[in-house]
Design a protein around this ligand. Structure first.
Ligand code: COA
Length: 379
């Protein structure tokens, strides 16, 4: 094998078939099961999109009602899950705490090793219901507050706000969050999804696949970017400083968080929808702080595109949007998990429906073969 055969970062490699989503970088488009993601985000609630991702079609009202009832039945965290979460270090990143909680959940589930299609679907809905509860409870435990139980009268996004803050905000804010859920739900063979598929390919269990995917998503080059964007905005500080900050960062060759994408080179198809929702939310909040983040984002975006021709990715608008919704920065990537659990589990199901163990080759660059000298003769 020659060096040129190596596809570093698997860039450009088509590793398997998928019917879950299609990324079309040449026309900046992304579809879930054939539907444009921007239409799904604005016309459907996240629960409908979750149903679509798993079942291949949008639900009828009756199908959605049955699906919601099933999800609501799975809500509720057992005492031992909360006890384990209470034992975790408050200084650990919430992604590390979430990873441990999901791992714990897996070993308490008697059906963990049932990888039949029905068994996988059941556990996917279980995690879809319980992960938001874990993320919300974790936030409250870390901040010295008692967890709030899920409310069966609230829909998915409203319930998440209520479990975090004990109240549901204005509809525009809930809609902005719900849109972000749809936009984050699925994105073909990104690092965490491929991690989940690789783990599933050994016919390991679905919880193990999700735990591995959470570890992958944590990195700032992947899901952790939404947190990094917020740190960047806080460092920039004010709209007046935004252009100069960006020019200096580019001159000193800094990686600008929330910009660039391995697949999209001329814009991320999810960004305009999220930016619209973020702008509407800024108007509804009407505070000076909200206006300042909006202005900063706008100037940073314009400067980056003009100077480098590199466009924002979805993490760029979601970072400040989540901050303005009231979430603390370290909760941003766990919120990504609340959504992406749908895509990950759909891919695990797809992988196992036509499984081939993931086992790429490597290009060896170490020493040539040599003889082992006994320790006494090594000098
Ligand atoms: N800031 C500054 N320069 C960037 C950049 C960014 N965010 N993203 C890409 N570039 C530049 C690189 O420096 C490189 O320039 P060079 O050819 O002069 O060296 C060129 O664009 C290609 O970048 P590269 O890192 O090789 O592309 P990639 O496909 O491997 O990386 C990302 C894609 C996402 C890892 C990369 O854009 C990045 O690190 N972005 C910031 C983190 C982020 O927002 N991640 C979320 C992704 S959804």
């Amino acid at each position: 094998m020659s060096d040129t055969d190596v596809k570093y970062g698997l860039a450009g490699v088509i590793a398997d078939d998928t019917a879950v989503s299609k990324v079309m970088p040449e026309i900046n488009s992304l579809t879930y099961r054939g539907y444009k993601v921007q239409d799904l985000a604005t016309k459907c609630r996240f629960e409908e999109v979750a149903y679509l991702i798993w079942n291949g079609d949008l639900p009828t009202q009756a199908e959605l009602d049955a699906f919601n009832a099933r999800e609501k039945k799975e809500r509720g965290l057992a005492d031992d899950v909360l006890r384990v979460m209470g034992m975790l270090s408050k200084h650990a990143h919430p992604m590390d705490r979430l990873r441990t909680a999901v791992s714990f959940l897996g070993q308490t589930d008697d059906t963990t090793d049932d990888s039949t299609p029905a068994g996988l679907y059941e556990k996917s809905i279980r995690m879809f219901a319980k992960i938001p509860e874990i993320v919300a409870a974790d936030y409250r435990l870390r901040t010295g507050q008692a967890p709030i139980a899920a409310d069966p009268d609230l829909d998915f996004s409203e319930n998440f706000f209520n479990m975090c803050f004990g109240e549901v905000p204005k509809p525009e804010i809930v809609k902005c969050f719900d849109i972000s859920m749809t936009l984050y739900a699925e994105h073909s063979f990104n690092a965490s999804t491929y991690t989940a598929r690789a783990i599933a390919s050994s016919t390991s269990d679905i919880y193990s696949a999700v735990v591995g995917a959470i570890g992958s998503l944590k990195g700032p080059l992947h899901g952790g970017a939404n947190e990094a964007v917020m740190h960047m905005l806080n460092e920039v500080g004010s709209p007046d400083n935004a252009r100069a900050w960006m020019l200096d960062a580019l001159a000193t060759k800094k990686k600008i968080m929330g910009f660039g994408h391995r697949v999209y080179r001329s814009g991320d198809s999810r960004v305009p929808t999220m930016t619209d929702a973020y702008e509407k939310m800024v108007d509804v909040i009407g505070s000076e702080e909200a206006a300042s983040y909006w202005e900063m984002s706008k100037i940073l975006n314009e400067t980056m595109v003009a100077e480098k021709g590199i466009y924002p990715n979805l993490d760029f608008p979601t970072g400040p949007a989540y901050h303005l919704m009231g979430f603390e920065i370290t909760t941003f990537t766990p919120i990504f998990v609340v959504s992406r659990i749908t895509g990950w589990t759909a891919h695990v199901m797809e992988q196992l429906a036509n499984n081939k163990l993931v086992r790429p080759l490597s290009n060896y660059v170490g020493p040539d073969q040599r003889d082992v000298v006994a320790i006494a003769d090594r000098g």
